[in-house]
Design a protein around this ligand. Structure first.
Ligand code: ADQ
Length: 464
């Protein structure tokens, strides 16, 4: 499917072409035309793709079956068709009921079913066929994330000279945990088909090196020997589009909206949580910590309000529907216990917003409470710190972002009392100190800019 001309311009590097492979396309195809996807991946990869002869390979999603065959758009898109049953095993099964919980250390949620693995293999083969169809000698292939761990090796076997990069967006767990998978060796071998493998943090990179060593691959510093070649492993953190968020931070219209939102809260201070509704994001624990905070620090009752935004996510997976019910229940309980005629302690928004609307929330909030139980990076923390003018960021020390955002108020998200205490501290911190922390945070976030991320990764791949 062609969404625009190939070869719109010249890239900085001398590649013939670039093929990005990801489970999701950078925009959804609707009968009305392409709708851009919000989030880190599209932001980070579209500019580099547009600047080259770029192709994006992704799975064709159910809702896109009725979309027009060709739509005018920014890049050349190739869709991989996947039969419904295989999609369920590959996506809802192996990706989201095995790899996702395992890599986030939710071992009791891992469902080791062989049929999931078989569908995962089949879909990775389908992706390999599609990539090989569009690949031309010299093209660089850049594969994304945990849905496609087997792909690099499948490509390497059929095109030994292909340049392959891979970025893993979620945590790579300790090797002791990864070994739980009966297919662990095959997955690691699959990934080792790549020349360069990137992770958000040094910790994940080291975990991967140890996992490869466990399966018997010789490891030398940041390199792993695979037959007669070497694969390189690197921490290469992905951040946000800082130019975009700087503009949102300065937009006077959004400033006005933010004041309106603060007025709606009706309290001295506004606390904000923004997440996909996912058990790794710690929404339930955060609500319990907030409940504890209202109990332990009664002086804040009537003076603070928590706005929790939860984006609907993976609603076809049972665990996510159960989580929704539990969150609804705790929201109801907090409101039942604390709501007063003149004070709404908590507002819960179960919906998706535009980036402008999210920026409005960021600018209105005095404190962002970002407390995932595990997270590869967490871009919301970066977006908040970059957009806020005088707010405080309370951040989980189990998010990859905590490795970089040292001036945040770091918390252990499992320690409800500790979160409540740090929330009190953040609320009491004078504006001067909050601004100083934000200035340092913004500098750190600038260094992780998403628009240069892919260029930097591809430059490392050249020399890998
Ligand atoms: P996610 O788990 O999706 O990403 P995150 O990094 O926080 O988590 O990115 C979420 C994105 O969605 C943000 O850009 C945010 O603005 C947007 N978003 C969230 N709620 C929204 C809403 N209600 N409406 C609109 N947009 C919303 C995975 C990994 C992370 C890793 C990223 C990037 O799990 O750890 O940081 O990939 O590699």
């Amino acid at each position: 499917m062609t969404l625009g001309p190939r070869g719109l311009g010249k890239g900085i590097l001398e590649f013939v072409g670039l093929i990005i492979v990801a489970n999701r396309a950078p925009f959804r195809l609707t009968p009305e035309g392409p709708v851009p996807a919000v989030g880190g991946l599209a932001t980070a990869l579209l500019p580099v793709l547009e600047a080259r002869e770029g192709t994006w390979v992704a799975a064709r999603e159910e809702e896109e079956r009725r979309a027009p065959a060709a739509v005018k758009g920014p890049v050349h898109l190739e869709l991989v068709s996947i039969p419904e049953k295989e999609w369920r095993g590959y996506y809802g099964g192996f990706s989201n009921r095995i790899l996702w919980p395992l890599c986030h250390y939710f071992l009791e949620r891992v469902e080791l079913k062989r049929e999931f693995y078989r569908d995962y293999q089949r879909v990775n083969w389908r992706f390999a066929d599609k990539v090989l169809k569009v690949w031309r000698e010299g093209d660089v292939v850049f594969v994304q994330d945990y849905h496609l761990l087997l792909l690099p090796r499948l490509l390497r076997e059929r095109a030994p000279r292909m340049r392959i990069g891979f970025f893993y967006h979620i945590p790579w767990p300790s090797s002791g945990v990864f070994r739980i998978l009966p297919w662990g060796r095959a997955l690691v071998e699959g990934l080792l088909g790549a020349d360069l493998i990137g992770f958000h943090t040094q910790e994940y990179a080291e975990n991967f090196l140890r996992t490869a060593a466990y399966y018997g691959f010789p490891v030398k510093e940041d390199r792993i020997r695979v037959g007669d070649r070497w694969a390189r492993v690197k921490a290469h953190p992905l951040g946000i589009d800082t130019e975009r968020f700087r503009n949102l931070a300065q937009d006077p219209h959004i400033g006005l909206q933010a004041r309106g939102l603060k007025h709606l809260a009706g309290t001295e201070r506004l606390i904000l949580g923004v997440d996909r509704l996912d058990y790794t994001k710690g929404i339930l624990e955060r609500l319990l910590a907030y409940e504890r905070f209202l109990q332990s620090y009664p002086q804040w009752r009537g003076r603070v309000s928590l706005f929790q935004i939860a984006t609907p996510s993976r609603t076809s997976v049972g665990a996510y529907r159960e989580l929704k019910r539990s969150v609804d229940e705790v929201v109801g309980r907090i409101l039942g216990n604390f709501l007063r005629a003149d004070w709404v302690p908590l507002r819960y928004f179960y919906q998706t917003y535009t980036q402008e609307e999210l920026a409005t929330f960021y600018r209105a909030a005095d404190v962002a409470l970002i407390t995932p139980l595990r997270d590869g990076m967490n871009l919301v923390a970066l977006e908040y710190a970059y957009t806020s003018d005088s707010g405080a960021l309370v951040l989980s020390n189990l998010a990859g972002a905590a490795q970089y955002l040292k001036e945040a108020f770091l918390v252990n998200p499992y320690d409800l009392e500790g979160v409540a205490q740090t929330l009190d501290q953040a609320l009491r911190t004078p504006v001067g100190e909050r601004r100083e922390r934000l200035t340092s945070l913004k500098q750190r976030i600038q260094a992780l800019d998403a628009k240069t991320w892919a260029e930097r990764f591809l430059a490392s791949l050249e020399t890998a």
